[in-house]
Design a protein around this ligand. Sequence first.
Ligand SMILES: Cc1ncc(COP(=O)(O)O)c(C=O)c1O
Length: 450
Amino acid sequence: MMGASSKRKSLLRSIRKPQLGPAKTAKADTRLLDAEQFLLPTYKRPPVVMTHGRGAYVFDSTGKKYLDFLGGIAVNALGHAHPRIVKVIRHEAARAIHLSNLFHNAYQGPLARKLAGWSGMDRAFFSNSGTEAIDGAMKLARLFGRKSEEAPGTAAEKHRFLALENSFHGRTFGAISVTATEKYRLPFAPVVPGVEFVRFNDVPDLEAKFDDTVCGILLETVLGEGGIYPVSEVFWNRARSLATQHGALLIADEIQCGLGRTGRCFAYQKFSSRPDVALIAKPLAAGLPLGAILTTEELASRLSPGMHGTTFGGGPLACAVALEFLKIVEDEKLLENIRARGAELRDGLTKLASKFNFIREIRGEGLMIGIELSIEGAPFVSEAMQRGLLINCTHDFTLRLLPPFIITRAQVREFLTLFELVLATTTQQASTPDSGKSANPQRVAHAAAR
Ligand SMILES: Cc1ncc(COP(=O)(O)O)c(C=O)c1O
């Protein structure tokens, strides 16, 4: 067997040197070697070490600057190093980072009150992540569905969940069970039983699958990983009425699309009815891990001490930062900025779509935008990175933009200029005869079918 040091030497020889930085001669970075050798291989990452950010820009260890239109996958809504966030972190870190949920802290109650105002819900439970909020909401749905005559420990008759095709809800067992994408779910089977996936925005399919055994339906109000598709009003209304009729919970996963991303506090606020449970995480504590289950007084009354809990969730530092985040969104009128910059972006992208015929559709709301291509998106992401622009590709054919809420008009223009170059160069490369990357008719058909 190869010893640790010879394995490291062989890695040192094999690892690709950073190619994305400026002209600095690249030495193999030992941090990349450590990552290669000691981390579980769960991510495919470019050989670059990101070191810091400022506003809407991120920098790597070679000093290269990137315009960040991915925002840490919808987390860095205030960009990087926002002075008010930095100030709260400095202040609170010197007072109390953690106190345990056995005691009140100064920020959990006020944060719950603020979120009630934003969401129209009554009460909150704080978790550390989105996926934990999903699992907590699934527990709540099971609890709500259990009849008093059913003995504890027996499988409740009302135990099934409905979720959307192409949905993504996280990585814990509950969350993968309601996540449609098979590669996230099937390797870990058996998952939570009784889950059925409903075709996106398909009311007859929803009606056919809903019955009295359903305890909860989970809807990402705008599908994120699934390619930036907003749930339609008819579908939402029907899900609401069926949930009420069958005594099930309507659970809105607003982990990616909530807290301002669409230009509204919550994406579901464009509908006339509200969910029973709304779940948030990503931008809530401006980059510190924090999620929340928001729900009604009625549902809250089903819980009693000890039925659910967490060690870290709702700690004083994270909650203080989250309160500041929400105040900054209000003080800096960021919802207006999101709507205005989002409209400029979609406008610019629509113009680009008339120049590049492989752009099939521009979708989304506010600063959550999907650019559907008829060819694979991954090469565009690499080319963008080469040119100092961070974007992402989801579902193979959709380029996803999640820029920070603080993005300026000038940065939108900077993005559009860079992105046009990315579109032009990537397709030039793809159409060279020996590149092997030209549009694959099968893939085009697949994109058209979705
Ligand atoms: C819609 C949605 N739900 C749930 C999650 C899971 O959140 P987390 O990664 O914080 O567990 C994500 C993460 O990308 C998400 O986009």
